[in-house]
Design a protein. Structure first.
Length: 218
């Protein structure tokens, strides 16, 4: 049997369809690798003088058990309170001296935000004897290693031009129907749906519309 031009055309187009199918569907999927993010340690410090105070160093005598002589101890005091107390003692104002003493040993609680920046927020509270004069805090945000598997989402461009060829072969042996080849070109939207126009070897014009039924994440 002598093959004509039509037979060669069908054979070539059929081979192209098989080749394109193999190239697009027979390849192995590229594995999705985990992403690892390593964060470094971040250190910082906060210093705040809540109330300004002028300091003074004085010495006091303290009793030592088993020792007949007192020991000398240096302490740092608020010079303003010290001066007011000494004035009250000179004026023999026992009530004023008592109130100054009780005020200096009063118990208080301070609450507030210690650190609040782009990296961290630290809230704290302090119990004080007297008043809170200031605080000095060092902090470290420890580094960490985070590993996660990225999610792959298939997205189509807003508009794509697609094309293709098809070979129509008789499904029943001995059928009188002849093989047919058709080609089409179409427009695909961002949702993956495609509208196409085609033309076959029998000079038929075809119109089609395809929906994306299933979309794999990987």
């Amino acid at each position: 049997m002598k093959l004509g031009f039509k037979d060669y055309t069908i054979a070539i187009l059929t081979a192209l369809v098989i080749l394109l199918t193999y190239m697009n569907w027979n390849g192995s999927d590229e594995p999705i690798e985990d992403v690892t993010i390593v964060t470094q340690d971040q250190s910082g410090s906060v210093t705040n003088d809540v109330e300004e105070v002028v300091k003074d160093t004085v010495t006091i005598e303290i009793e030592v058990p088993g020792n007949p002589l007192p020991a000398i101890k240096e302490i740092v005091v608020d010079s303003t309170y010290k001066a007011q107390y000494e004035t009250a003692m000179k004026e023999n104002d026992s009530l004023k001296a008592k109130n100054l003493f009780l005020e200096s040993i009063s118990l208080n609680t301070w609450k507030g935000t210690i650190v609040d920046d782009d990296d961290i927020r630290i809230d704290g509270s302090f119990r004080t004897r007297g008043t809170l004069l200031g605080y000095d805090i060092d902090y470290t945000i420890k580094g960490d290693t985070i590993t996660y598997t990225p999610e792959v989402v298939t997205r189509f461009p807003k508009l794509s031009i697609v094309g293709g060829v098809k070979a129509h072969l008789p499904s029943v042996q001995g059928s009188q129907a002849d093989p047919m080849v058709s080609a089409h070109i179409g427009i695909r939207g961002k949702k993956g749906n495609t509208f196409s126009v085609g033309y076959d070897s029998f000079k038929n014009v075809t119109f089609g519309y395809e929906w994306t039924i299933f979309r794999s994440k990987k």
